[in-house]
Design a protein around this ligand. Structure first.
Ligand SMILES: [Zn+2]
Length: 259
């Protein structure tokens, strides 16, 4: 994997956030929120590289990506390394009297392609031009190769009593429990409501991503989304001279590689 830089769009979004914070705080030294300040003093745990795999609209799955899968009781598959923590989380959730249902897990490339093509076809049928349909489809279904579900580390979990993927999902007792406890089992709520510009994905109060227990707790304590966390980790490792290679590249690099 070649050493690459962080997505330009993420940096741009961070810069916008920083200047907004400066405007609000008046000076460049505006005090950071308590949790962030405390985390900044402690080194950020990095976890193992596979746990930190970043897949988003600017970072496709690494070339030749493979994963060893385990099959869940409902027939869906996940990276076998996350099974123990996933089972522990679901068991605890059920013990709390709740009924979580996994409605999506690992997706192979062919499935993602089918979902994406179907979305475009439905939009075309609804009257969109080909160009407009492609643009609109990308807002709802990840372009094949850029869905986190292709890693085997992401899951959509809903309440048995409300299996609709919309904002109301956050009101279910299952989501409330998962949002409070997922961190303890190594999962993060991957697309929070206030980070869409950075993640490239709208608020999804059902999509959980495995990053390992230490990292999950650190992400929660920092108040950062995964992209921001990796950025902070990269800065820390650069300072310490322990920088690892995480698959991150800028839009330009991605375009160059694709051409
Ligand atoms: Zn999902």
């Amino acid at each position: 994997m070649k050493r690459t830089r962080f997505a330009a769009a993420v940096l741009a979004a961070l810069m916008i956030m920083t200047s907004a914070a400066q405007a609000a705080g008046g000076t460049a030294q505006a005090p950071a929120p308590q949790a962030a300040a405390e985390t900044a003093q402690k080194p950020l745990p990095g976890g193992e590289d596979w746990q930190l795999l970043l897949v988003n609209p600017w970072n496709s799955l690494p070339e030749g990506f493979t994963v060893e899968l385990a099959t869940l009781s409902n027939g869906m598959k996940v990276d076998k390394r996350i099974v123990d923590d996933l089972s522990a989380m679901l068991t605890a959730c059920r013990k709390a009297g709740l009924r979580p249902v996994i409605c999506s897990a690992y997706r192979p490339q062919a499935t993602q392609e089918r979902l994406y093509k179907n979305k475009i076809a439905r939009l075309r049928w609804a009257g969109y031009s080909q160009e407009a349909a492609v643009r609109e489809a990308g807002r709802w279904v990840a372009v094949p190769g850029t869905s986190e579900h292709q890693t085997g580390l992401a899951l959509d979990i809903v309440a048995a009593s409300y299996q609709v993927l919309d904002k109301k999902q956050e009101e279910t007792a299952e989501q409330k429990w998962l949002m409070e406890h997922c961190w303890e089992y190594g999962f993060i709520l991957r697309y929070p409501s206030d980070k869409s510009e950075i993640t490239g994905i709208g608020y999804e109060p059902w999509h959980y991503r495995y990053v390992g227990r230490e990292t999950a707790l650190a992400v929660r304590d920092s108040g950062l989304c995964f992209e921001e966390y990796l950025q902070a980790l990269e800065e820390q490792e650069t300072q310490q001279g322990t920088k690892r290679t995480i698959n991150q590249q800028t839009n330009q690099e991605a375009a160059k590689a694709a051409s």
